[in-house]
Design a binder for this molecule. Structure first.
Ligand code: PLP
Length: 452
């Protein structure tokens, strides 16, 4: 029999991987996990500094989630929600999400991934505007460096070149405006407040240039994740929302990363004062244990859709596995654990430990900015701290530091030269210290090599 690595190299088509180099670098085979740690084939342990892909909020080995899945598997392993069929897990989960989310008179439509829920949001917005007799109001604005998924429409929303180059994207009707990264995009002498105003003015100019009657919605992650963990200035969303209201443009909050406590409150929308018309959640909804996502829609968005579906005879959208009973049962148990263990309270206590640790790294010669909120953060590496000069991308310094950190037993993710931290929400102070200590060794080594 071939080894896992050999079989992988022969047959597995990897996402987000330099496929040309894969045969030499080979895969990293993860065998199991426990708490905030995962283990490779050789038994070496790693602190998972990104909770897998920002999702494993309760860490690995949470037996209650295993038990919830097993129980539901035995009872009803599959049923769908088409043609008004339902089951208790999906219904109870919809009820809970509608109660938790800051979305008025909410209805909840399930899918299996963040991409699917964001893609569905676009479809619903188009469907609604047709129903309202506004067939030209279809353009969607997202931000440079946003990450909203990889379907044809959501990869178009995503504002990162790697998701569009070679794929003939973005599609029509999708536009981009500047992101709220003050440290990188603020102009000389501009305050954070002025920068936020400028971003709102740019958005208004874009809407006016396109024609307000053609712009339907604005998508935003409360904290941009894969774009490099970009925390907006305090007044940014108030200014942006004033523009959206003025031109009747819906706000979609993509809470796929920020949902369920990551920023210290249940949703990033609450931390940053967003009042979304639609909201998408995934990842932390089931602590990543099973695929499930949801689109939470305000009543005023839902009502015209209902009327249109009535005329057509059916609402023509849905995924076979949307609201899967086993995933929904696990999500319900996840929400129960968040409440019982006061995970929000824990993030409130432990988030500042991570943030202080990251800010302390700002003294390091390679670190230009350390940023974050709650249990999400990043350090951005620069060639020249005073001038904030980025490294030559060919050096791939972010990826090199991440590889060194991995050798020291901490798994992180480089977004260009910004290195992201989003550990499981259950992480302890001691594990944060260990994670940052291991990371500092990697930084020192990279610095030594660059200086040599
Ligand atoms: N939205 C955000 C903010 C994300 O970070 C991601 C994935 O990382 C997605 C959407 C897409 O989710 P999925 O990979 O489940 O399709």
């Amino acid at each position: 029999m071939t080894s896992v690595s050999e079989a992988d190299i022969a047959h597995l088509f990897h996402p987000y991987t330099n496929l040309a180099r894969h045969p030499e670098t080979g895969p990293m085979v993860i065998t199991h996990g426990e708490g905030v740690r995962v283990f490779d084939e050789a038994g070496k342990d790693y602190i998972e500094g990104l909770a897998g892909l920002w999702c494993t909020a309760l860490g690995w080995g949470e037996e209650r989630l295993v038990a919830a899945a097993a129980e539901q598997m035995r009872k009803l392993p599959f049923y769908h929600l088409f043609t008004a069929k339902t089951h208790e897990p999906a219904t109870r989960l919809a009820e809970q999400l509608a109660g938790l989310a800051p979305v008025a008179d909410a209805k909840v439509l399930f899918a299996c991934s963040g991409s699917e829920s964001n893609d569905t949001a676009i479809k619903l917005i188009w469907y609604r505007n047709n129903a309202l007799g506004k067939p030209d109001k279809k353009k969607i604005i997202a931000r440079e460096r946003a990450y909203h998924g990889v379907t044809i429409a959501t990869a178009s929303l995503t504002g990162l070149p790697v998701n569009q180059r070679g794929f003939d994207l973005p599609i029509d009707r999708i536009l981009h405006t500047g992101n709220p990264h003050y440290w990188r995009c603020g102009q000389a002498g501009e305050t954070e407040e002025q920068f936020a105003s400028r971003r709102a003015e740019e958005l208004e100019q874009l809407i006016l240039a396109e024609g307000p009657d053609t712009v339907a919605a604005f998508f935003a992650e409360p904290v941009m994740g894969a774009g490099g963990v970009i925390v907006p200035p305090a007044t940014y969303f108030a200014k942006i929302q004033a523009v959206l209201k003025k031109y009747d443009v819906l706000l979609v909050a993509d809470e796929v990363i920020t949902g369920f406590g990551r920023t210290g409150q249940m949703f990033g929308s609450q931390t940053f004062g967003l009042q979304p018309d639609l909201m998408t959640v995934a990842k932390g909804l089931s602590s990543g244990y099973l695929p499930i996502s949801a689109l939470i829609v305000a009543g005023h968005v839902y009502e015209p859709i209902k009327a249109q579906a009535g005329e057509i005879g059916s609402f023509g959208h849905g995924f076979t596995y949307g609201g899967h009973p086993v995933s929904a049962a696990v999500a319900l148990e996840t929400l129960k654990i968040y409440a019982e263990r006061d995970i929000l309270g824990h993030v409130g206590r432990i988030g500042p430990v991570l943030q202080r640790g990251l800010r302390a790294l700002q003294q390091h010669p390679l670190v230009g900015e350390a940023r974050g909120i709650g249990l999400i953060g990043a350090v951005e590496l620069v060639a020249d701290k005073d001038r904030r000069t980025a490294f030559d991308p060919k050096l791939a310094i972010g990826a090199r530091v991440v590889a060194k950190a991995q050798a020291h037993g901490v798994i992180l993710r480089a977004m260009g030269d910004a290195i992201a931290f989003a550990p499981p929400l259950i992480i302890s102070e001691a594990d944060i210290d260990e994670m940052l200590g291991r990371f500092r060794l990697a930084l020192d080594e990279a610095h030594g090599e660059l200086a040599a």
